[in-house]
Each structure stands twice: as structure tokens, then as C-alpha cells.
Design a binder for this molecule. Structure first.
Ligand SMILES: Cc1cc2nc3c(=O)[nH]c(=O)nc-3n(C[C@H](O)[C@H](O)[C@H](O)COP(=O)(O)OP(=O)(O)OC[C@H]3O[C@@H](n4cnc5c(N)ncnc54)[C@H](O)[C@@H]3O)c2cc1C
Length: 346
């Protein structure tokens, strides 16, 4: 790998890969992506058919739709037939309701959201360096010197797609303006506090009881659950969010509470799972850090300070949380990657 590329992109999540893909489309090949994890995708992670990171997108997420079309990625609607369950109190009986048949269900990516990441990364194999954590960026006379755990690099320009809060860990010289540092420190990393649960089954037994697999309720050990079977409807799964109140419970205790709760609402067949896995993103330092906060509504993203360039016009911020549209979401990540590629080349 060339340690002195024209451009360095920090982070091989959706924003970084999109930025690189856009550079390739413009005929630009002299760039490198430095990624701290041993895999690409960042907050997109499909394992054993389960999306432990991003899953859904809507009709208005036009950047996701366009990118999927361009890369030949298929999509399918979230399964929502049958009755869903609302658990609004631990004392009252659960409420069963029909989903609105006129509502457009959210979309999922066939073969899991990581299929989108794979399609991008397959075109960028010569440009991605894994296990490479950027520690510092030093601007000297319009050139950048970049120190990582794997050695030093230099480049003309750099795009940082690391979530702003995590990007505060990187040392910048000269120092970034105080307003930028404050904005970085105050930008919650979307979903960095989420705990996701995925379970696979031989059969979609809940459908036999006329259930959609959807359970909503803030008081139980699982706050949201959905049918997560594959597009071909040949592999069956449930996926959802674990109540953060269970974060500090032992794994064994947490699992017992989750299984008790799900078997109460969906039936004893829950206990016949083929696989059971929980991923707590707050324990993943590539995404999270000590100062995570519990935000479930999307906070205000795309602070204008992230739209400026820094270190003598060599440093550009990108990533879902910097996007002027749909901040925090995949659509925002793609949009921000496209903007960064334009800033590099235009
Ligand atoms: C549980 C969960 C559920 C979600 N659900 C949805 C959903 O349903 N729909 C939706 O639209 N969005 C969802 N999202 C959000 C979506 O995943 C993000 O918007 C998107 O993936 C962000 O991409 P990104 O490239 O901006 O950031 P990231 O994916 O965070 O990529 C940043 C990359 O930088 C790397 N990195 C960090 N520090 C360094 C360093 N110092 N040096 C080098 N590399 C570094 C990281 O390893 C990572 O790969 C969800 C996220 C999570 C976690």
C-alpha cells in the first residue's frame, strides 16, 4: 500500500466507503482508507443473517435507494403480517393490534445490510487498510502527517468519517477551533448505546399463531422485536433491541429474562432457538466511548461546523452525524460521503 496517497479517508463505514466509491467514479485512484477494525462496515454488521447494526430504510431515504440501484443490491419489505403486541405495562395484559395495511413497511436489504458494504468494498480492495487506528494528524505547510498504530502516512487531504465524539480521541495539530471540539464532544453517536438481540429458528412459529413477531414495550427486557426472516423466507429469525436497564446484568441473568419475556408473549417455542446472540454497541470502542448517553429520538445532527474544512483546507469531516440530511441514518452517511468526495475533487 502507498503510504503517501493524495487522499486519506479515515473509517471504512458506509460514509468512508461511499466517499471512496465516488472518488473511483471520478477516475481518482490515489487514495487510502484507514480502518481501525479488522472488518469494513462500521455500524453495519450482518452476522448469521442478523443485522446487528443498521437494518431499515424508508422511501424518503433516496441516497440509499440510489446507491442500491447503482450497485445492483436488492431490497424487500419488513415482514409485518399478523397481529403485533404492545406491552404498555408490566401489570396490565398485553394489547394485540393489527398493523395498518395501508402503511408502507420499511425496507431491508436482501442478504442483510452488509451486502451493501460488501458491494462497495469489493471495488475498493486495493485501497483499504484494516487494523489501522489513526492516532494523530499533523498539518505542516499544507501537507498532512498521519500517525497510526501501524506506522506513519502522509497525504494532501484527509476525510474523517469517524463519529465526531470518537474523533475527539485523535490528536490534531494545530489544534482544531474550540467550536469544532465542542460540537464533536456534544454530538451523540447514533445508536452507540443500542443493545441488539438476534435469534434464529427452524420455523417462524409465531406466524402460526397469527403473530407478526413485532413486540413493542419500554418496560420489558426487550423494548422492540421484529420478524427478521430472510428475503426468500427460508431462514427464520427474530431481531430487536434489549432494554438498556439490563446492561449491567450478568449474561446469564439477561438471557433468562429475555427468554422468559419472549416465551410469555410468543410461546414456548422461543426456547427452541437455533442461535441466540446479543451485541452491545456501547462496549465497542470503535463506535462508542465512556460518555454515551441514552438518546432514542434522533438528536439534531449536521452541525454547520462540520461543513467547513480545517487545518489549512486539508481536513474534511464526514460521517452520518455530520450530514445535513437524515443525520445518524444510513442515508445521511451516504450523503456525507458524497459531499466529502465533492469537496476533495471539485
Ligand atoms: C444498532 C444500530 C442500529 C441501527 N439501525 C439503523 C437503521 O435501521 N437504519 C439506518 O438508516 N441507520 C441505522 N443505524 C445507523 C447506521 O448504522 C449509521 O448511520 C451508519 O452505518 C454510519 O456510517 P458511518 O460511516 O457514518 O459511521 P461508522 O459506521 O461508525 O464508521 C466509522 C468507521 O470509523 C472507524 N474508526 C473509528 N475510529 C477510528 C480511528 N481512530 N482510526 C481509523 N478508523 C476508525 C470505525 O471502526 C468505523 O468503521 C443503526 C446503527 C446501529 C449501531
Amino acid at each position: 500500500m502507498n503510504s503517501q496517497p493524495k487522499y486519506i479517508i479515515v473509517g471504512a463505514g458506509l460514509a468512508g466507503l461511499t466517499c471512496a466509491y465516488e472518488l473511483l467514479k471520478r477516475g481518482e485512484k490515489d487514495f487510502l482508507i484507514l480502518e481501525s477494525r479488522d472488518r469494513v462496515g462500521g455500524r453495519i454488521l450482518t452476522r448469521n443473517g442478523i443485522d446487528f447494526g443498521a437494518t431499515w430504510f424508508q422511501g424518503h431515504h433516496q441516497h440509499v435507494h440510489r446507491l442500491c440501484r447503482e450497485l445492483g443490491i436488492a431490497q424487500f419489505p419488513q415482514y409485518s403480517q399478523g397481529q403485533s403486541i404492545l406491552v404498555y405495562s408490566s401489570m396490565a395484559p398485553a394489547h394485540h393490534f393489527e398493523n395498518d395495511p395501508s402503511a408502507t413497511p420499511a425496507s431491508r436489504i436482501t442478504d442483510g445490510t452488509s451486502a451493501l458494504i460488501k458491494a462497495l468494498a469489493d471495488q475498493l480492495t486495493d485501497h483499504i487498510t484494516l487494523n489501522t487506528k489513526v492516532a494523530s494528524v499533523h498539518e505542516v505547510q499544507g501537507k498532512l502527517k498521519v500517525a497510526t498504530n501501524q506506522g506513519n502516512y502522509s497525504s494532501d487531504k484527509m476525510v474523517i468519517t469517524v463519529p465526531p465524539l470518537i474523533a475527539t480521541i485523535i490528536h490534531y495539530e494545530p489544534a482544531l477551533p474550540a467550536a469544532v471540539v465542542t460540537a464533536m464532544e456534544n454530538t451523540h453517536t447514533w445508536m452507540s448505546n443500542a443493545i441488539k438481540l438476534g435469534m434464529t429458528f427452524r420455523k417462524p412459529f409465531w406466524r402460526d399463531s397469527g403473530l407478526s413477531g413485532m413486540i413493542i414495550g419500554q418496560n420489558g427486557p426487550v423494548t422492540e422485536l421484529y420478524d427478521h426472516s430472510n428475503a426468500e423466507d427460508s431462514k427464520y429469525a427474530l431481531m430487536g433491541f434489549v432494554n438498556e436497564a439490563l446492561r449491567d446484568f450478568s449474561e446469564e441473568d439477561r438471557k433468562r429474562r429475555i427468554l422468559d419475556y419472549l416465551s410469555k408473549h410468543l410461546g414456548q417455542e422461543v426456547l427452541e432457538y437455533l442461535s441466540y446472540e446479543v451485541k452491545d454497541w456501547s462496549e465497542d470502542w470503535h463506535t462508542s466511548c465512556e460518555s454515551i448517553k441514552s438518546f432514542y429520538m434522533s438528536p439534531q445532527y449536521g452541525d454547520p461546523v462540520f461543513h467547513e474544512t480545517y487545518l489549512d483546507n486539508t481536513l474534511i469531516f464526514s460521517g452520518a452525524e455530520t450530514s445535513p440530511t437524515y443525520g445518524g441514518y444510513m442515508d445521511g452517511a451516504i450523503h456525507s460521503g458524497m459531499i466529502a468526495a465533492s469537496k476533495l475533487t471539485d
